[in-house]
Design a protein around this ligand. Sequence first.
Ligand SMILES: Cc1cc2nc3c(=O)[nH]c(=O)nc-3n(C[C@H](O)[C@H](O)[C@H](O)COP(=O)(O)OP(=O)(O)OC[C@H]3O[C@@H](n4cnc5c(N)ncnc54)[C@H](O)[C@@H]3O)c2cc1C
Length: 268
Amino acid sequence: MLLAPVEYARPSTIEDAVRLLGEHDGARPLAGGQTLTNVMKARAAAPDVLIDLNDLPELRTISRSSDGGLELGAMVTLAELIRSSDVGDARPILGEVAAQIADVQVRNRGTIGGNICSNDPTNHLPPVVAALDATMTIRGSEGERTVSAEEFFVGVYMTAVGPGELLTKITVPAAGGAGDGFASIPIGRDGTCICNAAATVDGGQARLALGCVAAVPVILTSAAEEAAVREAVKGANLDPPSDVHASSEYRRHLAEVVAVRAVQEAAG
Ligand SMILES: Cc1cc2nc3c(=O)[nH]c(=O)nc-3n(C[C@H](O)[C@H](O)[C@H](O)COP(=O)(O)OP(=O)(O)OC[C@H]3O[C@@H](n4cnc5c(N)ncnc54)[C@H](O)[C@@H]3O)c2cc1C
């Protein structure tokens, strides 16, 4: 199906992008367009104006922060995450998980910012940034604020990025002595996740984020041992959705399985 008529702007500064977003009630940022253009074609979204972020080089940078962590511009593509030696040195899990997403076209166009701003509960990266305890920088006409993953993911397809605002940066802390892991049960190879989990293990303690089982990643902490992880997942009283791929009960079972696998990978 063709796109409905829509106005289009391609600002060359973040200030202009924020101003344009604030000026039009029905404006939406356009990143890689891998989700947005599809939902527009399906008439599930009908923005009046698309504010294309592709001419904002400040949003495309990957750099190391002073503590050895990562500062990832929101427009860094999945392919750039995979190729980046900084990502590979600091938190390789980001590139390893990006490499599992869909296909080459999606990875070449799709961005980390678009992936987490969509907050599709089946997406790969929301649980990863949540487990890594990343913080998200949001720019609006009033200035800049930084929020934790707990505050960022608000509901299905909803985040703390409000109308007139832009996600500009994802800051990932240095690993220190921590290890990271990710496990999923996808629909076929490189398919949509039925259930997924990301974990960071540091000094025998795991920080876990479960995907596909609730509107937002479910963040848990536990000792990094199988029995403790299973107990933590059970204790979260998950009530995941049922669909054609898995009943709620089966998804609850898968959540324990992927949580244990992610923690085991993170623990090395
Ligand atoms: C066939 C197919 C299969 C896919 N399978 C998977 C999968 O299995 N797992 C997975 O994780 N992903 C999957 N994706 C999604 C893909 O990985 C992209 O992450 C996703 O499409 C969004 O990234 P984008 O850059 O294209 O964002 P867009 O489509 O351009 O934008 C998505 C949403 O985020 C908003 N947005 C984007 N950037 C910003 C910003 N900086 N600030 C504020 N709002 C912003 C937009 O307004 C829009 O609402 C799939 C996509 C396709 C087309």
